[in-house]
Design a protein around this ligand. Structure first.
Ligand SMILES: Cc1cc2nc3c(=O)[nH]c(=O)nc-3n(C[C@H](O)[C@H](O)[C@H](O)COP(=O)(O)O)c2cc1C
Length: 200
């Protein structure tokens, strides 16, 4: 059984919903399973520290999760058109994996949630790809052969899965189209990992 790491940060639960849909897509592919992990918030006061085990939700990611998994789905809320600091902070700690090439040749995809419709889904998704390219990962998007990409009135982009949460993330769950496209992306990264016999 190969694992795909679904690594996300979510403050209010919207990005988490996308993560679970992507995990559902991964789990639909025989021989593949999602390993869902999150990251703790970061604090402006250096004394603050989170417990090692979160009180709810999936465990915090460890660097070995990156090494052990056959692929990575990376998700963050959009913050000022970019990924949230807690996820960037985690990625900034991956120098050993960069030096060893632990992620090189593995498939990866990205996902995000925004408060507003034109609030930067694409900029966030594209900028989230940058550190993954530095790691040598193979970036996957959502192809237009997924017909919902043309039809969606909510989120879902060729650059990755997305959700338009509007003003209150907790009130509006992901739409049927957003969920279907996230599942399709999860299945795509899983099928890609399953088909790889060696890392290019
Ligand atoms: C500091 C901060 C910056 C944000 N920047 C943006 C933004 O640039 N564009 C946008 O549409 N929404 C922005 N939002 C809203 C979040 O992206 C949105 O509420 C998202 O759905 C939260 O995801 P979550 O429920 O997983 O935490 C921002 C929120 C915060 C707290």
């Amino acid at each position: 059984m190969k694992d795909i790491l679904v690594l996300y940060y979510s403050r209010h639960g919207a990005t988490r919903e996308l993560a679970l849909a992507i995990a559902q897509g991964i789990d639909s592919v025989p021989g593949l399973q999602a390993r869902v992990r999150t990251v703790p918030p970061v604090s402006t006061v250096c004394e603050a520290s989170a417990p090692d085990i979160p009180s709810e939700g999936p465990p915090y990611a460890e660097l070995r999760d990156l090494e052990e998994c056959a692929g990575l789905a990376l998700g963050s809320p959009t913050r000022f058109g970019n990924m949230a600091a807690p996820l960037k902070y985690f990625l900034d700690g991956t120098t050993p994996q960069w030096l060893s090439g632990a992620l090189a040749g593995k498939p990866a995809c990205v996902f995000t949630s925004t408060g507003s419709l034109h609030g930067g889904q694409e900029t966030t998704l594209l900028s989230m790809m940058l550190p993954l390219l530095h790691h040598g990962m193979l970036i996957l998007g959502i192809p237009y052969t997924e017909s919902l990409l043309n039809a969606t009135q909510t989120g879902g982009t060729p650059y990755g899965a997305s959700h338009h949460a509007r003003a209150d993330s907790a009130v509006h769950g992901i739409s049927a189209d957003e969920k279907a496209l996230a599942i399709a992306l999860g299945a795509r990264i899983a099928r890609t990992a399953a088909s790889m016999t060696e890392r290019p």
